[in-house]
Design a protein around this ligand. Structure first.
Ligand code: NAD
Length: 718
């Protein structure tokens, strides 16, 4: 709601009250409208200040009300009422003015901001546009290029930048509400004709068409199929080409188009999913609200390769003291240099103090004796990791958390090497670890709730989104990747090319197709794992070369590795690159010839494979594994899987994540298509719909937030 008070006799003060961010709920909007009428009708009141309680102006629309029936006064007439007021209205912006909050501020005649305030239009990230005049007022106030930048990216600006752009009139280091009151008194009685933004003509730079053309190209490049950024461009275009009232109509049309699109639903679901994963629970009943994290001040990282370096940087930037251990002298000195470079670049980009002095390097594991938590990041080799865990268990003080960054090895097997298996968890970072936001916290059957809580909290302090998952081969992310990759390989065997498969996946919205990703991360990584699993057999031909354990297997990746084609690092993989380490993937005629020869050798006849088949086989196999993971209790809910896929695997955010996407497609349709492909490929068990998926499909495709009710039933009923 909104509170009304009178300050200094002549200033009517409207204070928004809706914790935590004073969002514009129905009650708040009603309060603003009522209080505005009151302020305008009281003859003693000469000017009005609008502010928010607890140091926050307004965080925008109340997204909890999305999807519910609209009640209370709509935003647009509310902002028009404020702008049309005959008494000056001043916004006192403390903390945040975001989305509808900024639109509210733009309807005021003046804006005073505190120096620490942040302003912006984040709607685009929720698949929407600022629909209460934001797209019409902002370009009138700050010009088209700056408005396009803010509205299409959703980026927040500081008060200083807002002042420079002309969004706010004054910035203060003191109390912004007091400053706004003084300001309101100073403008009492002044004409408001030049203060109503909707009456401004929209500036028309001479190169207007080129500006819009560039903006469209830019959003097309970065949006990966998301429709909101391009629609934001269209709305700003309306501000320049139409009178204000017509522009508002156009804004409303475009807003409804986005609001009713599946993408806005997906992005809003994802927004809540990111919050939901912090309320974690484990298969054996531990929970976020009953498990207390332990204090951690000093941490160690063992192994300073690709991952260890990034983890060290993340820890130091989060303020932890770090002991960084690497046994190879040469690796150690290279790592020191690389870590320093990353810290310097981070400090420059984010303006944080340099954290060099937080890190102590050592080539002896004995140096970890006094730390509170260790993260092991040595080679993916169970025997080596076991030795390291035995050493750590002997050296570390009692009660120290021992974490591993393994990509998929058994956490419990590692825990069994230590004196306190309850202190062992996985902390699975993603490369580059100082950049990627995802952390899978992997609990074993013996990990204590306190230890899970500590790892989850550590991730949060390092700026990551931590997701708690159970212990199984590949955990959640890499386990689901296996059937996806497998289908991609099978499609090559049946007649597709890497370019064709990648193009379909990129058109779907993945940042990179499966083969480009494979080239980037190195084909040898999976090869080593397959060799350790005994899957790589000496070159042979015929059907037996493509069967392992009674199921279909494609040796294509192994054959490329045998030829030294490890991807970008060797300049050749599924694509060719201009040099080892090159980044630009080009189709490789050699690879096409190799695939033809391979098919001939194995009696396979290439056929035309269409877009739909590529998409369905790759995605539905991955989704099916996701349902199996839910059924096995490895992930607590679909949100956990979706957050992992969006943040760790390039799944397009505007499609919500694989589980949400399955719900949008229709679970019955996913089952039907999987059954169709399984009939054609009976030797691929991953295409057999799992019982949870079947059960959910049979119960009428319930909304995703209802899945947990089915998942929580005893497994025997699935
Ligand atoms: P890497 O080969 O780049 O680095 C491993 C480092 O460990 C090397 O510098 C090596 O000298 C060092 N090392 C080996 N034995 C050691 C010991 N006893 N004591 C101290 N240092 C030792 O490997 P990486 O890519 O950083 O992977 C490390 C771990 O992270 C693996 O378990 C891997 O599966 C996992 N992981 C990797 C990625 C990735 O994309 N690279 C992503 C997530 C997880």
């Amino acid at each position: 709601m909104a509170l009304y008070s009178r300050v200094s006799g002549s200033v009517g003060m409207i204070t928004l009250q809706n914790p935590p961010v004073n969002a514009l709920s129905a009650a708040v909007r009603q309060g603003i409208v009522d209080m505005m009428h009151r302020a305008l009708s009281e003859p003693e009141v000469k000017s009005v200040v609008i502010c928010g309680q607890n140091g926050k102006f307004c965080g925008g629309a109340d997204i909890r009300e999305f999807g519910a029936k609209m009640t209370g006064p709509p935003l647009v007439p509310m902002v028009h009422l404020i702008e049309a007021a005959s008494k000056p209205v001043v916004a006192a912006i403390e903390g945040i003015a975001l989305g509808g909050g900024l639109e509210l501020a733009l309807s005021c005649h003046y804006r005073i901001a505190h120096s620490k305030a942040r302003l912006g239009f984040p709607e685009v990230a929720l698949g929407l546009l600022p629909g209460a005049g934001g797209t019409q007022r902002l370009p009138r106030l700050i010009g088209v290029p700056a408005a396009l930048d803010l509205i299409t990216t959703g980026r927040h600006v500081t008060a200083a930048e807002a002042r420079q752009l002309g969004i706010v009139d004054e910035v203060t280091d003191l109390n912004a509400v007091d400053a706004a009151v003084k300001f309101a008194q100073s403008v009492t009685g002044k004409s408001l004709d030049a203060r109503r933004i909707s009456t401004y003509p929209c500036p028309r730079p001479p190169d207007l068409d080129a500006i819009f053309e560039r903006a469209m190209q830019q959003v097309r490049r970065s949006a990966r199929g998301a429709i909101a950024p391009g629609t934001c461009v269209q709305a700003v275009h309306a501000a320049v080409t139409l009178p204000y009232a017509k522009g508002m109509e156009r804004e409303r049309e475009l807003f409804s188009l986005l609001f009713t699109s599946g993408q806005a639903r997906a992005l809003q679901y994802y927004f809540f999913a990111q919050r939901a994963v912090s309320r974690w629970s484990t298969a054996n009943g531990a929970r976020w609200d009953t498990s207390k994290p332990r204090p951690v001040r000093k941490a160690a990282v063992i192994g300073l390769g690709t991952m260890g370096r990034g983890i060290t940087v993340s820890l130091a930037q989060a303020g932890f003291s770090v002991v960084a251990v690497e046994t190879q002298e040469k690796q150690l000195s290279e790592a020191k240099q690389a870590v320093s470079g990353m810290l310097e670049r981070g400090a420059k980009r984010r303006g944080v103090p340099l954290a060099h002095d937080k890190i102590k390097y050592s080539c002896s594991v004995q140096a970890v004796a006094d730390v509170d938590l260790v993260i092991e990041a040595v080679f993916e080799d169970m025997a080596l990791k076991k030795t390291v865990f035995q050493q750590l268990s002997a050296i570390c003080k009692p009660g120290v958390l021992l974490c591993t960054n393994t990509s998929g090895l058994d956490i419990d097997e590692l825990a069994s090497q230590t004196q306190s298996p309850e202190l062992v968890v996985g902390m699975h970072f993603f490369a580059p670890a100082h950049v990627m936001q995802l952390l899978e916290v992997v609990y074993g059957p013996r990990s204590s709730p306190e230890v899970v809580a500590t790892a989850m909290q550590m991730g949060k302090k390092m700026g990551k989104v931590s997701v708690a998952v159970g212990n199984c081969r590949g955990f959640v992310g890499n386990r689901m990747l296996k059937p996806y990759l497998e289908q991609a390989f099978f499609l090559l065997e049946e007649g597709a090319t890497p370019e064709q498969v990648d193009q379909v996946l990129e058109e779907f919205g993945f940042a990179m197709g499966v083969f480009k990703v494979s080239d980037l991360s190195g084909l040898d990584v999976g090869w080593k794992v397959r060799k350790a699993d005994g899957l790589v057999s000496p070159a042979s031909t015929g059907t037996s070369a493509r069967i392992r354990g009674g199921s279909r297997y494609s040796p294509l990746g192994d054959l490329l590795c045998e030829r030294g084609r490890f991807g970008q690092k060797t300049g050749r993989g599924w694509y060719q690159y201009d040099k080892p380490g090159g980044r630009v993937a080009k189709p490789d005629p050699w690879l096409h010839g190799f695939l033809e020869e391979y098919r001939a050798q194995h009696g396979l006849v290439a056929r035309h494979i269409d877009h739909q088949e590529v998409l369905e086989r790759c995605l539905y196999a991955l989704i099916n594994e996701g349902f199996q993971i839910l059924q096995d209790g490895i992930a607590a809910g679909p949100e956990d899987i979706d957050v992992i896929y969006v943040l760790g695997y390039g799944w397009p955010r505007h499609r919500g994540g694989p589980m949400f996407y399955a719900g949008q497609v229709g679970l019955d349709k996913v089952v039907e298509r999987l059954e169709h492909y399984q009939q054609i490929h009976p030797d691929v068990p991953g295409l057999q719909p799992c019982s949870l998926l079947r059960k959910l499909a049979a119960s009428g495709n319930p909304a995703i937030h209802k899945w947990r009710e089915v998942i929580q039933k005893p497994r025997s009923q699935l």
